[in-house]
Ligand binder design. Sequence first.
Ligand code: MF3
Ligand code: CO
Ligand code: CO
Length: 257
Amino acid sequence: MAVTIKTSEEIILMREAGRLAAEVLEMIGPHVQVGVSTAELDRICHDHIVNVQNAIPAPLNYNGFPKSICTSVNHVICHGIPSETKTLKEGDIINIDITVIKNGFHGDTSKMFLLGDVPSHVDRLVKTTQEALYLAIDMVKPGVRLGDIGHAIQKYAENRHYSVVREYCGHGIGRIFHEEPQVLHYGRPNTGVELQAGMTFTIEPMINAGSRYTRLSKKDGWTVTTKDRRLSAQWEHTLAVLDDGCEVLTKRNEESF
Ligand code: MF3
Ligand code: CO
Ligand code: CO
């Protein structure tokens, strides 16, 4: 399957799915507190998506994923499975990744939450990762190539002595959760797919405090952690390429693009 170009009607539906995904992150914020279990966060999001939004939580049963959201705490890079026994404590950082399906279209977004006071080096990792996403978003317009974007993210992270995860990447999105193109968060300028108006894809950099190497849990087949067990951060948005730039389909109210 090649990269799909969405019609303006399809972009309208993507906009609605993106808005709902963003709204779940806004809704869950006040619940992210010391002592709450990640399973409880999953239940609250699931019920909101199903009962309030009349939408579908895309992760549930996706390739066998057992829950409705991903909750990735501290050295977990991505695809953390919500659990009754994983309760948040002071100083933790957590990525909550939400994907909803509405009228057949997907919206995919994630953000980091900090529990209470975190050391300044932790805050710096989280902020740098968000800034890397934002500078990538700023580049998105027709004619730019995905290698240009990956390179910019990599340079930004590595200049600050962090590393970029390579095994997982952003992706085209639409009626299908993960479609072409792959959106790598590293790369070389002037390489890769050239952006065109009507493309919709995610950018979701995963940036590690230590080395870039990852480990996939043999126990659950999903949880991805840093090999060195140092911290990792991730932020994600779903974007639509417009004639003169891009639209952040999963923008939250706290953000101004
Ligand atoms: N939302 C993730 C992404 O950004 C994918 C989660 S797949 C799951 O692409 F199965 F783990 F839910
Ligand atoms: Co994604
Ligand atoms: Co996601």
